[in-house]
Design a protein around this ligand. Structure first.
Ligand SMILES: *[C@@H]1O[C@H](CO)[C@@H](O)[C@H](O)[C@H]1NC(C)=O
Ligand SMILES: *[C@@H]1O[C@H](CO)[C@@H](O)[C@H](O)[C@H]1NC(C)=O
Length: 986
């Protein structure tokens, strides 16, 4: 009977206490003494009452007199509160009102992943029985109180992903039972306490991503229980202490991204269980100790970006365990390690930018799992072994800038996972094998700078995904195969410096994504195909040093994106088209032709036809106004300055100040007509044409009389710009209208009168990304492919504005509202830079002086920060696209403040599978992998520290190359790890 009761008691924790009571009694249910219980109740309820209403709602079970049944509370058999676990509960508040002195029995306090702020009250030291404290992933700040050192029972202390600053208190070193110390992703500074070696029970020491300085104390050698030590992403200096040799249980050691110097101590060979060794991105130098060969359990060895010399460890894969080897950017000499030949476990190898010398033919074996192989910029020679084809999982094969000879083995055509094949700048001979046309996944094919001869195989036309084709600087002959016109995703095509002849195939004009086209230095003949007029996205065009004939005016008039052109040394004649690429060019780009004339200053004006030309232009003007796409032609209007619209006077006779100085426009086409037609078409901005309201004003859909539709953003207040500043202002708006990119909405211009100020944009059918995500009826059409494409588009747009524009332009307001989608679900980022240009002008001109185009170096720094703001916003938008809703809470509470690899991956988990937008079908394997990659990248973009976020250029390149994973600091995380457990470790 008594026994039964005991069992019952163990099962239900809310019965009277037997276990710890001295004289067990079933008669008087004493439980926790009423006093204890009341105190615990009071402590918890007081805390609750100081939380915000949402948190109180989450804790609505917290009422009544029995805390043991409340959410997150556990009691011991005596009914005493021993555990408070509200992890992942969206609690918002501080710890200040939690009276720890009233919770003396607490063993575990787990509040991870909430929105706690403020500091840790030193009174927490009163929790004398506490063994587990987890406050990670909050917004806590201040220093880590030294008083925590009196929590002598503490076994696990987790404070990662907060904003703690100051040093790690020495007192922590007296927590002799501590097994886990997790302080990653904070702002901790100062030295690692010298006495840290006293933590003899410690298994896990994670201090990743802080500002910790000073040397690694040699006392770490005393922490003989350590299994994982990660001190990466700090500012540690000095040598790696040789005492690490005593850490014989160590499995995972990361010192990456510090400023450690000196050689690797040879005693490292004692770490015989070591699986992971990250020493990359330091200032380490010298020869590798021979003993490193004894680390035969290594699966990951990262030595890249140091100053090592001498040979790579030859026996590093003697036990076939090695998966990742990176040693790039050092000064290693000698051959590729011989043990790599049979190292079938390899997944990823990066040895580029060294001085490796040796015959590649014997060095490479068969690697069934190999995903990425980069050996570029070394001195490797020999021929590519045909057995490469057996590396069936290889996605990137990059061996540029070596001395590889022989032919390209046709067997490479069987490597059907290959995304990037780059063999440029070698001594390769023979023909381009037509088998390469079988590489259906190929995104990049670079074979430039070799001795390839023969014809370009027409089979390459089957590479539908190809984005970059570079076969320049070879001895290729014959004509350009017309099939290349089928590679409709090509962004970059370079066939220059060969012996290609005949005329340029008309179909090249079909490559509408093309941004760079270089056909120079060949023997191409005939006219430039009129179809080139369709290359609206072309930015760089080089046709120089050929034998091309005829006139180019009409062909190039519509090349609105063109920024650089070279048509020198051909047999072209007639007027140059009035596009900015020519207007801004020097005579060099047209030199050596038959008779070109026009816009370039030092070129002969087209004398005979000048007035005729003007009239023609006027006619054209009238013709082109309906087609807003043909804007650049009309830039000559802008060539002068602003347009003070005479006809506007009639329209606004009652201008308040009586002058018309306020009526003006900056437009890529005839602003006067547009101003009037917009006013007319909207019946003076009648609400019924309004399609959206934002912070600065309203957006109208305007159907012009010509049938064209534009979007007009009318500002709430008239933008006033002093006459003296107007020129500069116009230059800025003009710069924005000239920023041409397929993923940036076209800004046609700006109009202002004393009554209205507005921007005129192209109109996109689907509206904003936010609208599309909220449209439940059509959400199924917005499938994963389209979503990935939207993310890519946004990345490309931001990368373009940050890195390809001079000066760089930051958006500052990237959100799903500002990303518009066209009918093909292609993303167009809107409002680029306008916030920046307009706000300062409308309020106070002086505050703006100097920041645009004349930025002082110190301002350049703030500019950089602004760009990193865009990177952050991009991370949010990316998660929003994948989750189907704004990730709001997730972000604020998780405070993903650092890269994935930089914290304790064993305790934190983000369920990717659940987070995916459930309204559309679950993605298939490939897509899921891509999703995992993109989410991981989004997380790095959300790093709290701007300097830890990747640049948009990195992001855009990585997404385009979608399999290679090098974002930020997370290069050693495998996709499988991310996807497989159905959750994200970060
Ligand atoms: C505890 O409080 C309850 C009512 O609040 C009372 O009935 C009971 O007698 C008290 N027990 C002790 C041991 O004070
Ligand atoms: C530390 O752990 C040991 C062994 O588990 C235990 O006996 C001891 O009481 C613990 N120390 C403290 C202060 O809790």
């Amino acid at each position: 009977m008594l026994f039964l009761a005991c069992v019952l008691l163990m099962l239900t924790r809310e019965m009277p206490c037997l276990a710890s009571s001295q004289s067990p009694s079933l008669v008087a249910p004493a439980g926790a003494s009423n006093q204890t219980r009341n105190e615990e109740l009071e402590a918890l309820l007081t805390w609750k009452s100081e939380l915000d209403s949402q948190s109180r709602y989450i804790l609505s079970s917290w009422n009544g007199s029995n805390p043991c049944s409340w959410r997150g509370i556990n009691c011991d058999p005596c009914g005493r509160v021993v555990s408070l676990d509200l992890s992942d509960s969206a609690i918002h508040g501080t710890l200040h009102y939690l009276n720890f002195s009233l919770l003396p029995n607490l063993v575990a306090l787990k509040l991870a992943n909430n929105s706690l702020f403020g500091n840790i009250p030193p009174s927490m030291a009163l929790l004398a029985k506490l063994t587990h404290l987890n406050l990670s992933q909050n917004g806590l700040s201040g220093s880590i109180p030294a008083q925590l050192g009196s929590l002598r029972s503490l076994q696990v202390l987790e404070l990662s992903y907060n904003n703690f600053n100051g040093p790690i208190p020495n007192e922590i070193c007296s927590l002799s039972n501590l097994t886990g110390l997790f302080l990653s992703a904070n702002k901790l500074s100062g030295f690692i306490p010298r006495e840290i070696g006293r933590l003899k029970s410690l298994n896990y020491l994670l201090l990743v991503n802080n500002h910790i300085t000073g040397p690694i104390p040699s006392s770490i050698g005393n922490m003989s229980s350590l299994i994982m030590m990660r001190l990466s992403e700090n500012q540690l200096v000095g040598a790696i202490p040789s005492s690490i040799a005593h850490l014989s249980n160590l499995n995972y050691l990361s010192f990456r991204m510090n400023k450690l110097s000196g050689p690797i101590p040879s005693s490292i060979s004692n770490l015989s269980d070591l699986n992971v060794l990250h020493l990359n991105r330091n200032e380490l130098s010298g020869f590798l100790p021979l003993e490193i060969n004894n680390l035969t359990s290594l699966t990951v060895l990262q030595l890249d970006n140091n100053n090592f010399v001498g040979q790579l460890p030859q026996e590093i894969c003697s036990r076939q365990a090695l998966e990742h080897l990176t040693a790039a950017n050092n000064r290693f000499i000698g051959p590729i390690p011989r043990s790599l030949r049979n190292c079938s476990s390899l997944h990823r190898v990066r040895l580029q930018y060294n001085l490796l010398k040796g015959n590649i033919t014997d060095a490479l074996g068969v690697y069934p799992y190999l995903d990425y192989l980069e050996l570029s910029n070394n001195e490797l020679y020999g021929e590519l072994p045909p057995t490469l084809e057996e590396c069936r999982n290889l996605t990137s094969l990059i061996i540029s800038n070596n001395r590889i000879s022989g032919i390209i083995p046709p067997q490479i055509g069987n490597m059907n996972q290959l995304h990037r094949l780059n063999l440029s700048s070698n001594d390769i001979v023979g023909e381009i094998p037509k088998d390469l046309g079988k590489l259906k996944s190929l995104l990049e094919l670079s074979l430039d700078g070799n001795y390839l001869a023969g014809h370009i195989p027409q089979e390459l036309g089957a590479l539908f995904d190809l984005q970059k084709l570079n076969i320049a600087g070879n001895n290729l002959s014959g004509s350009i195969p017309t099939e290349l016109g089928e590679c409709s995703n090509l962004l970059f095509l370079n066939l220059s410096g060969n012996n290609l002849d005949k005329s340029i195939p008309v179909k090249i004009g079909n490559l509408q994504s093309l941004q760079v086209l270089d056909l120079s230095k060949n023997f191409l003949m005939g006219e430039i195909p009129g179809q080139f007029a369709q290359l609206h996205r072309l930015e760089i065009l080089n046709l120089s040093h050929n034998q091309l004939l005829g006139s180019i005016e009409s062909t190039f008039a519509n090349m609105v994106s063109l920024t650089s052109i070279d048509i020198s040394y051909n047999e072209l004649e007639g007027p140059l088209p009035n596009v900015s690429a020519f207007r801004n060019a020097t005579i060099e780009v047209v030199r050596g032709n038959k008779g070109l004339c026009g816009v370039i200053a030092s070129l002969n004006p087209c004398a005979a036809t000048m007035s005729e030309g003007k009239n023609k232009n006027k006619k054209l003007l009238l013709l082109l106004i309906p087609t807003l796409g043909c804007l650049l032609m009309l830039l000559l209007v802008m060539g002068t300055s602003s347009i003070v619209c005479r006809r506007l006077r009639k329209l606004e006779p009652s201008s308040k100040d009586g002058s018309n100085e306020n009526s003006w426009a900056v437009l890529n086409f005839n602003g006067c007509i547009l101003y009037e037609s917009i006013i007319a078409a909207t019946k003076e901005f009648d609400a019924k044409y309004c399609i959206g309201v934002g912070g600065h004003g309203s957006v109208y859909k305007v159907q012009l009389q010509t049938g064209e539709t534009v979007a007009v953003k009318k500002f709430k207040e008239v933008v006033e710009v002093k006459i003296s500043s107007r020129k500069a202002f116009e230059r800025e708006i003009h710069a924005l209208t000239e920023a041409r990119h397929r993923n940036i909405i076209k800004l046609h211009g700006f109009c202002s009168s004393s009554r209205y100020s507005f921007l005129v944009y192209e109109f996109l059918e689907l509206g904003s990304l936010k609208d599309v995500l909220n449209d439940e009826e059509r959400i199924t059409a917005f499938d994963w492919n389209k979503r990935v494409n939207v993310i890519k588009g946004v990345a490309n747009a931001l990368s373009y504005m940050h890195h390809d524009c001079s000066p760089p332009i930051a958006h500052r307001d990237v959100s799903s509202k500002n990303i518009l989608l066209d009918e093909q679900y292609e993303a167009h980022v809107s409002d680029f830079g306008t916030a920046k240009v307009l706000q300062p002008y409308s309020s106070n001109w002086t505050s703006f002086a100097g920041t645009f185009g004349y930025a002082a170096p110190e301002l350049a720094y703030t500019m950089e920060v602004k760009e990193k703001c865009d990177v952050y916003s991009f991370g949010v938008v990316t998660l929003e696209v994948i989750m189907g809703r704004h990730p709001g809470e997730l972000i604020s509470s998780l405070a993903f403040s650092a890269s994935l690899s930089s914290s304790n991956s064993t305790t934190s988990c983000w369920p990717l599978k659940q987070a995916l937008d459930q309204r559309i079908a679950y993605p298939n394997g490939d897509m899921l992998g891509q999703m995992a990659f993109i989410v991981k990248m989004a997380f790095t973009c959300l790093s709290a520290k701007p300097e830890h976020r990747p640049s948009m250029q990195q992001v855009s390149q990585e997404i385009s190359a979608h399999k290679s994973i090098m974002i930020g600091t997370s290069e050693d995380i495998k996709l499988e790890e991310l996807v497989d457990p159905g959750c994200f470790s970060y």
